[in-house]
Ligand binder design. Structure first.
Ligand SMILES: Cc1cc2nc3c(=O)[nH]c(=O)nc-3n(C[C@H](O)[C@H](O)[C@H](O)COP(=O)(O)O)c2cc1C
Length: 206
């Protein structure tokens, strides 16, 4: 039975049972489940609906081995049946801004909103606006982990890799910025119990 055929976890169950998992059951990802997880992540919100996130999905042991080489040899990169690289492409977003405006707005509004968005960023350099784009992509990165867990899968978010080498390996443009890479599959270990600050430590109620 695939995850899309079983009852999805509630949001509470998905959040509480998500843990970083670094050892996976050795079976390929169900491709329908994988696409459903990516679709759910793409429903993340973003400022002006810019949707700066882009996904590179790797299900190829040779490429995973090369990715592991540039990820400080972290074993989960090859142990997982798939790895999703999540990055932000703000330059593509600006160049194609018309696509992110709701079609119901009509041609004139679409053009003026898209031009407006480009205008907002014209005085920022590529790295600066790239950083803004990344804050949007990070939302999809988090949605991805919870969507995966909700459908019975496990992940480990990773920033332990050499970004320039990952760009080279995947043929990504120099300007993209990474939210992280995400090995994904079914858990073959329990992971560590959560250890978090208390609510009092991190919250001020006014
Ligand atoms: C942005 C980010 C980067 C991380 N990078 C790595 C990494 O490179 N390797 C790794 O094993 N875990 C990595 N982690 C996992 C964290 O260690 C883990 O989320 C944290 O200890 C809390 O544990 P939990 O995810 O099981 O709740 C990363 C987590 C985040 C959110």
């Amino acid at each position: 039975m695939t995850a899309t055929e079983i009852k999805p976890l509630s949001i509470k169950e998905a959040i509480e049972t998500r843990r970083s998992i670094r050892k996976y059951v050795q079976e390929p990802m169900n491709q329908d489940d994988l696409r459903e997880i990516l679709r759910l992540a793409s429903l993340a919100p973003s400022a002006n609906n810019v949707q700066t996130w882009r996904f590179a999905v790797i299900q190829n042991p040779e490429l995973q081995a090369k990715l592991q080489d540039v990820s400080y040899n972290q074993g989960q990169v090859t142990n997982a049946p798939a790895v999703i690289v999540v990055y932000s492409d703000m330059e593509d977003t600006l160049a194609t801004a018309e696509e992110t405006v709701h079609p119901g707005m009509g041609a004139e509004q679409i053009k003026s909103r898209a031009d407006g968005l480009r205008g907002n960023f014209q005085n920022q350099d590529v790295a600066q606006r790239g950083q803004w784009g990344l804050t949007q992509a990070n939302l999809a990165f988090a949605f991805l982990m919870l969507a995966a867990r909700g459908l019975g899968y496990d992940t480990v978010p990773m920033l332990g890799f050499q970004p320039e080498k990952v760009k080279e390996l995947l043929g990504l443009p120099e300007h993209v910025q990474f939210a992280g890479i995400l090995p994904i599959g079914k858990r073959a270990e329990d992971g560590f119990p959560h250890h978090r600050h208390s609510l009092e430590r991190i919250t001020k109620f006014y």
